[in-house]
Design a protein around this ligand. Structure first.
Ligand SMILES: NC(=O)C1=CN([C@@H]2O[C@H](COP(=O)(O)OP(=O)(O)OC[C@H]3O[C@@H](n4cnc5c(N)ncnc54)[C@H](OP(=O)(O)O)[C@@H]3O)[C@@H](O)[C@H]2O)C=CC1
Ligand SMILES: O=C(O)[C@H](O)COP(=O)(O)O
Length: 478
């Protein structure tokens, strides 16, 4: 485990800039060592103390520091992107600039949201005269624990860090093991901006080793987590603190007969294969009306053939998936579908963790890939006879993150959107989280709470009221 407070991470950050070396990763163990526990305890203690003075820092000043951090982050986009290439095989074209913009937007939104409170008077409730004035405002929660996943170790970290800080909280980041170097570099940018010592800490180490100790730590006042099923287990163990959980998805793409088929094809390609399908919002099942299915499959195949496959350094479209076990899992889904009669539109090809893009046609509900999330460059197509069949498949999933529908009939689109049990439905576009100020949420096993900049700021605060009691009723006369 490596623990970074303001000063130690700055040192590591400098090393990263100078030598571009990875900190050595921890060998996997089942339980945290007593030294790890001690280090976490110390970090939480320091974080608690730092939060007390940060909460007294003027809001404009918090915003100013965030703007500064955003600018520094953008200045460091090249070395951070290099870390992403090396650690998680993310093509360099997927930039860090988005994260800088997120931090700046958060600073501005925070000033607006937190600069206002509420004033209530008692005589609006039956039986009361105007003898009570209630002043309520949003105050920080304390120490926020942020746990992002490997696929967006920077953007899904800043989407938690920036709202926590603007709201007056301190932050402990547990980055994904793969992606930790990029995350450390990003945290270093915050420290360069001049945030006070101890306010932002980074605890690296395997989730399986230190995760429970961190998430059940009595000093943690809020958890914002993005990842897989682990989030369900954390929700059960965490206790009575606010939780923001963004978990897996099986985003369905419903294509009607009257759809703009070329638009649908481009969206399947981008939605299904960008970053080799390793996005929570990837198109994970296509539900297409039988009458247009041949055209869709043919057009997608033509585009899949043009995708470049290889190392991220060459900016290829399809790059190796994150781990061997992930590649094995994807292969298991493909083989199950093949054995049960699905049509493999391309030859199945794999070299190590590199899996060639694959469209699986004529997938049926008895195949695992109809329901499970591959998190790889493999897209199943289910041919449907009615829109109701498509909606039924979408709603029968344990997940409910996003979905999309392609049709030129806006009335039908709205009815389908209303019927789909997902946090968001995109009409005539692939699922997507961004722009990052849009509300982003999952239902069922896809999560609890809602993200997006505004919602995250609100979630990382609590309401405090002060009631002024007057001896006699007083009505404001102007
Ligand atoms: N809904 C959404 O917004 C998104 C959802 N996802 C989902 O995330 C999954 C892929 O990401 P992946 O990183 O593999 O997900 P994981 O759930 O495996 O890991 C997510 C994070 O949790 C940490 N972790 C692991 N075990 C524990 C534990 N016991 N306690 C606390 N933290 C722990 C991991 O650390 P370590 O790396 O050390 O194991 C990592 O930082 C997919 O299911 C995907 O759909 C991804 C992006 C967005
Ligand atoms: O979690 C994810 O997979 C990403 O946040 C997706 O973001 P995007 O849909 O805006 O690319």
């Amino acid at each position: 485990m490596m623990v970074c407070t303001s000063s130690t991470v700055a040192e590591n950050g400098r090393n990263l800039l100078r030598e571009n070396q990875c900190p050595s990763s921890t060998p996997p163990t089942e339980r945290p060592t007593s030294k790890s526990k001690e280090e976490v305890n110390k970090i939480v203690e320091v974080s608690k103390a730092a939060q007390k003075s940060w909460a007294k820092t003027p809001l404009w000043k918090r915003a100013e520091l965030l703007h500064k951090a955003a600018a520094i982050l953008k200045e460091h986009k090249v070395p951070i992107a290099k870390c992403l290439v090396n650690e998680i095989a993310k093509p360099a074209k997927d930039a860090v600039v988005r994260s800088g913009d997120l931090v700046s937007y958060c600073a501005e939104e925070g000033v607006r949201i937190l600069g206002e409170g509420k004033f209530l008077v008692s005589d609006s409730f039956p039986g009361n005269e105007r003898t009570k004035y209630c002043l309520s405002s949003k105050i920080p929660l304390g120490v926020v624990l942020a746990i992002p996943p490997f696929n967006y170790p920077v953007n899904l970290a800043v989407s938690k860090i920036a709202p926590a800080l603007i709201a007056g909280n301190s932050l402990v980041l547990k980055p994904p093991t793969q992606g930790a170097v990029a995350a450390l570099h990003m945290v270093h940018c915050f420290h360069l901006a001049g945030f006070p010592k101890g306010l932002i800490s980074c605890v690296t180490g395997k989730g399986s080793e230190i995760g429970d100790f961190l998430t059940m730590h009595p000093g943690v006042n809020c958890i914002s987590f993005t990842g897989g099923d682990t989030g369900i287990a954390i929700s059960k163990k965490a206790g009575m603190i606010p939780l923001q959980m963004e978990l897996g998805g099986k985003d369905a793409c419903i294509i009607l007969e009257d759809a703009d088929l070329d638009l649908a094809v481009i969206s399947i390609l981008k939605g299904g294969f960008a970053y080799s399908g390793q996005r929570c919002t990837a198109v994970k099942v296509v539900l297409v009306m039988e009458s247009v299915a041949d055209t869709i499959v043919e057009k997608v195949n033509a585009k899949v053939a043009k995708l470049t496959v290889g190392p991220p350094e060459d900016d290829c479209d399809i790059t190796p998936v994150v781990t061997e076990s992930s590649a094995n899992f994807i292969e298991g889904l493909v083989m199950d579908a093949k054995q049960k009669g699905a049509t493999l539109c391309q030859e199945y090809k794999r070299e190590g963790n590199l899996i060639w893009p694959l469209l699986l046609d004529k997938v049926r509900p008895d195949m695992r890939i109809a329901w499970e999330e591959p998190f790889g460059p493999v897209v199943p197509v289910i041919r449907i006879k009615s829109v109701e069949e498509g909606i039924h498949h979408c709603n029968a999933s344990n997940f409910g993150l996003q979905g999309c529908v392609f049709t030129k009939d806006i009335n039908k689109a709205i009815l389908i959107s209303d019927a789909m049990e997902t946090g968001t439905v995109q009409i005539n576009s692939a699922p997507a989280r961004g722009p990052d100020h849009f509300p982003f949420q999952g239902v069922k096993e896809s999560g609890i709470g809602s993200q997006g900049i505004t919602n995250s700021i609100n979630m990382m605060t609590k309401i405090k009221s002060t009631v002024i009691n007057l001896p006699t009723p007083s009505y404001t006369m102007g």
